[in-house]
Design a protein around this ligand. Structure first.
Ligand SMILES: NC(=O)c1ccc[n+]([C@@H]2O[C@H](COP(=O)([O-])OP(=O)(O)OC[C@H]3O[C@@H](n4cnc5c(N)ncnc54)[C@H](O)[C@@H]3O)[C@@H](O)[C@H]2O)c1
Length: 299
């Protein structure tokens, strides 16, 4: 008997990565699991190459002995989200658990040559994509599942934040993603206030660098990465899944509006040596090292 027997969970973005670990963990706890993802075979995309025990996570879930179903849909399209949730709830029953995991960054390590990473000069299309892919996708999914949770006077919602939405990088880069994840924290707290009277708990898990195959590969040759992490190692997807399993359990019944930081004590959401100060690389502006005054070149 699992602690989630009889429950029905929706995990977005579970075709691969950390979302897949959430889905598998909730299934091991006994929950039926629905998955919405852009591409259920996305684990095969170049750079991801995730080892699977079946053709998709949906079959992996069924192999664990639970009911499972998957739909391919773009969560930035509210109508598509409504349709997908209706279809999955029709197959599995109303959702009592939501893990709104789909989302992500886009930029990797800071690259000074990419001017559009600077907070003062964000690429409009990238900004739109980041906010839509993280904040809108989360809010649209909640919009689709909350009515049934309210009707049943029961629900557990976990949103997914990031250390990047809690602490700015020292060079200010990646602010599109960080701002979207910071907005998810505020959204989580607002949602917790609204849904509390319906016996629905809403919490956020804020990840640091987590060892999906993509991240492991990317940082394998960068041992310095962990020097800014108290535990001196990256987080595993299974460790994040353990936090989510706790948050959706009745053990966490008093938690709502909380942000659980699951990142091993990450102090700075970046890696490697600190960036060169911008005045060393921007030849148009100059810093007077004695007075600390900055003279701006005309723009
Ligand atoms: N891995 C990390 O180091 C890390 C760190 C901090 C936060 N996070 C967060 O954890 C979550 C999962 O990250 P991951 O590393 O597993 O990413 P990933 O890219 O491996 O997986 C994300 C999944 O979400 C799906 N997805 C993305 N946008 C979608 C959309 N619009 N509609 C439907 N599906 C969509 C993708 O197809 C993919 O299967 C993200 O929200 C990410 O921001 C991850």
């Amino acid at each position: 008997m699992g602690q989630l027997d009889g429950q029905v969970a929706l995990v977005t973005g579970a075709a691969r990565g950390v979302g897949r670990a959430y889905a598998l963990r909730l299934a091991r706890e006994g929950a039926a699991v629905g998955v919405i993802d852009l591409n259920l075979h996305g684990y095969q995309n170049p750079g991801f190459d995730e080892e699977m025990d079946a053709d998709t996570v949906v079959e992996e879930l069924r192999n664990l002995g639970v009911a499972a179903a998957g739909v391919e849909a773009d969560l930035t399209d509210p109508d598509a989200v409504d349709r997908a949730v209706r279809q999955l709830a029709g197959e599995l029953g109303d959702f009592s658990i939501l893990v709104a995991n789909a989302g992500g960054g886009g930029w990797g390590a800071p690259r000074p040559e990419v001017a559009e990473q600077a907070a003062s000069n964000l690429d409009p299309e990238g900004l739109q994509r980041r906010v839509a892919g993280n904040l809108y996708a989360t809010a649209y999914t909640v919009r689709a599942v909350a009515p049934a949770m309210k009707r049943h006077r029961y629900g557990k919602i976990v949103t997914v934040g990031s250390i990047s939405g809690l602490l700015p990088r020292p060079d200010g880069s990646h602010a599109d993603y960080g701002s979207a994840k910071a907005a998810i924290v505020f959204y989580t707290k607002s949602l917790a206030q609204e849904l509390g009277p319906f016996n629905i708990n809403v919490n956020c898990i804020a990840l640091g660098l987590t060892t999906t195959p993509r991240i492991s590969k990317k940082y394998a040759d960068e041992p310095d990465t962990v020097t800014n992490i108290a535990l001196r190692r990256l987080t595993t997807p299974e460790e994040c899944a353990a936090v989510v399993a706790f948050l959706v359990s009745d053990e966490a019944s008093i938690l709502t509006g909380s942000v659980l930081e699951a990142h091993g004590g990450t102090r700075v959401p970046r890696w490697g040596p600190p960036p060169e100060p911008w005045w060393e690389t921007d030849t148009d502006d100059a810093l007077d090292a004695t007075t600390g005054e900055i003279s701006h070149a005309s723009r």
